[in-house]
Design a protein around this ligand. Structure first.
Ligand code: AMP
Ligand code: MG
Length: 345
């Protein structure tokens, strides 16, 4: 009787052990390994673009190489300081024939100039040159009022003609020059994400172009990425005043701390008000969240120019954005839906 009991106990234990074994084996077979993130930094578009990605079907390094190639391609095609770029050709010849992609970007830049009443203006380059913000190597200085007045005569997006039918962009006045610096970074982020997802739809990670961030996919496939909004009044680039949680889409900040010089104790930065030719004075930083980085990029620059006391801030949510604006005195305003992104989802 006792032996029989021992036997059934042993059988019972075997069954449990077998069950546990099958359970562990199926865990091993069917659960996905934790994604391994790889990173790469690429110095393009006047900043350092950091791509952090974990592939699902494709190795992370293959995805990083694809991202790097795409970034250099866009830089070489649209930087006004690269001689072979379409923008350089437009600025020197006054006209350029373009492919589908360039037509799209010029058209987008023009349309956003219209929408923002010229606060975003891609013809701002003559002013950028005066202040020395057209290139990292340019000498930075405060221009004379006369120089500013002269440059202002050539700053107006209506001097750009976009001929969709003949795929030609032209400048309607001598002296007009284009710079897509306020839109190209966002466009590049979107394209890198699109390329990566085209190869590996379940890849996750983000693209960070100097604080302009586009999400490839949630952290480990499920968690939001935690993004700090930099304190515009601190020298410490890592000090943040706010936190955003994103699983998709993009967040872009335009700040007066990004590129600037100081002369006679006054700070002059790289976002120029096309109205008076001076660095915009009515904001310290503008953070914009949108589905696409290109849109967030354009509106962060435009809303920076329009400033803290812009009564039409909420109107711009019609274009799919949420914004958070900090004034030079440290006050802040925001669109109605911005708080949503401050909460962990
Ligand atoms: P961001 O740092 O994204 O605000 O972009 C600023 C960049 O856009 C500058 O470095 C210039 O190349 C360009 N930019 C400056 N002011 C303007 C403006 N009012 N409209 C369009 N682009 C601008
Ligand atoms: Mg911008």
């Amino acid at each position: 009787m006792r032996q029989k009991n021992m036997h059934s106990l042993r059988v019972y234990l075997y069954i449990i052990a077998l069950g546990v074994g099958i359970f562990l084996l199926s865990l091993l077979l069917f659960s996905k390994p934790t994604p391994v993130y790889e990173e790469k930094e690429v110095p393009v578009l006047g900043t350092i673009v950091r791509v952090k990605v974990a592939g699902d079907k494709v190795s992370s390094n293959v995805l990083l190489n694809t991202a790097e190639q795409e970034l250099y391609r866009i830089h070489n095609k649209f930087s006004p300081n690269v001689e072979s770029s379409v923008v350089h050709k437009l600025n020197t010849d006054g006209r350029v024939e373009v492919d589908e992609e360039a037509l799209f970007l010029f058209q987008a830049a023009y349309n956003y100039a219209v929408i923002t009443g010229g606060a975003f203006d891609p013809t701002v380059r003559p002013l950028l040159k005066l202040w020395g913000f057209d290139d990292i190597n340019s000498q930075k200085k405060v221009p004379t009022q006369e120089e500013i007045n002269k440059a202002l005569e050539n700053v107006d997006y209506r001097f750009i003609k976009v001929d969709e039918k003949n795929r030609e962009i032209s400048l309607l006045k001598d002296g007009v020059e284009v710079d897509l610096g306020g839109i190209a970074k966002g466009y590049a982020i979107d394209l890198v994400i699109q390329k990566i997802k085209g190869i590996d739809p379940e890849a996750t990670g983000f693209v960070d172009a100097g604080g302009d961030i586009g999400i490839i996919g949630p952290k480990f496939g499920e968690l939001p990425w935690v993004i700090g909004i930099r304190d515009p009044f601190s020298q410490d680039a890592l000090k943040s005043i706010d936190t955003i949680y994103l699983t998709s889409g993009a967040v872009v900040t335009s700040g007066d701390y990004e590129r600037f010089f100081t002369e006679d104790g006054k700070k002059y930065h790289h976002i120029i008000d096309p109205e008076d030719g001076y660095p915009a004075r009515n904001a310290s930083s503008v953070t914009v969240i949108a589905e696409k980085a290109m849109i967030a990029d354009v509106f962060s620059t435009a809303l920076f120019v329009l400033g803290y006391d812009n009564p039409a801030l909420d109107y711009f949510t019609d274009f799919g954005i949420q914004a958070f604006v900090i004034s030079p005195a440290g006050e802040s305003v925001q669109t109605k839906g911005f708080d949503y992104f401050r909460e962990k989802m």
